[in-house]
Design a binder for this molecule. Structure first.
Ligand SMILES: NC(=O)c1ccc[n+]([C@@H]2O[C@H](COP(=O)([O-])OP(=O)(O)OC[C@H]3O[C@@H](n4cnc5c(N)ncnc54)[C@H](OP(=O)(O)O)[C@@H]3O)[C@@H](O)[C@H]2O)c1
Length: 248
């Protein structure tokens, strides 16, 4: 329990630090890649290394818990894996990346996923209290529906981006259609909605810390992307917001 609380406090403390740092220095991968951040690895390898702890460490921490065979922890583990099996082992191969990823970014991302994976896996099967009736709580249903909506938005928005490049192409185009008529980064919005739903469905300190850390990471990046689109494309749709439809 002490290590768990320490981990949650670490994430809660790291969130504002990350937010401030990323508003000053945009994470140097993708369109924001630039020299000065050390050696790089291929983007596909980078994504696999960065995201696979969210499957492996979560699975390991989960497997050690006494409630690992209970219904609700198993359902919640399935929800988690529905995101991370794709992100770690399918998404990287679907990319048409423009360049490599700094080892620094991969290392920090992997470290985050080790801590976050351990916290969430341990909570689900050891520390959380999930009787079967948990599944029928309104908050659980709302959380799972929210997660599903975010999952669909994230996946469909990432698919649109992928379709903007032919195989071997590396340039950028203005994404259009569906959620892109509203915001520049619907993939990040979907990701945030997913983990808000996760926090609600699990009602766990690990889920809340994960959601807040994700916001600290993706809100500044959405601002950087939005600014970059406006500076790069003079005809960028003026009414499009960065992340939150109609608002921001
Ligand atoms: N949970 C978290 O904290 C977290 C953190 C980071 C990312 N993620 C998730 O991981 C996924 C990828 O994140 P990301 O930061 O790499 O997203 P991104 O900047 O939107 O890029 C996604 C992919 O689409 C390409 N792309 C983006 N905009 C394009 C355009 N206008 N024209 C042509 N190609 C374009 C990118 O190429 P380039 O790489 O060459 O730019 C990249 O391959 C997202 O679903 C995101 O939600 C989650």
């Amino acid at each position: 329990v002490t290590a768990f609380l320490g981990g949650v406090l670490l994430m809660l403390g790291a969130a504002p630090v990350t937010f401030v740092a990323l508003t000053r220095v945009t994470a140097p991968y993708g369109r924001h890649a630039r020299d000065g951040f050390g050696p790089r690895v291929g983007a596909r390898l980078g994504w696999v290394v960065m995201e696979s702890p969210a499957v492996l460490v979560t699975g390991w921490a989960y497997a050690l818990g006494e409630h690992r065979a209970d219904l609700v922890p198993l359902v919640l583990l399935g929800v988690w894996l529905s995101h991370y099996l794709h992100r770690a082992f399918v998404y990287p191969w679907s990319l048409r990346p423009s360049g490599g990823m700094p080892v620094l970014v991969v290392g920090l991302g992997a470290l985050f996923n080790v801590v976050n994976g351990w916290l969430n896996g341990r909570w689900l099967s050891s520390l959380g209290d999930y009787p079967d009736a948990w599944l029928w709580r309104p908050a659980t249903g709302l959380g799972l529906a929210t997660f599903a909506a975010g999952w669909l938005l994230n996946r469909s928005a990432d698919r649109v981006l992928r379709s903007l490049r032919a195989p071997g192409e590396t340039g950028y185009r203005v994404p259009r259609g569906g959620p892109y008529e509203w915001v520049s980064c619907p993939n990040y919005l979907g990701e945030l909605v997913e983990w808000a739903g996760w926090a609600l469905a699990t009602a766990s300190p690990a889920g809340v810390a994960f959601f807040l850390y994700t916001a600290a990471n993706l809100v500044p990046r959405a601002a950087s992307h939005h600014r970059w689109y406006r500076e790069t494309f003079p005809d960028y749709p003026p009414g499009r917001k960065a992340l939150v439809p109609l608002l921001w």
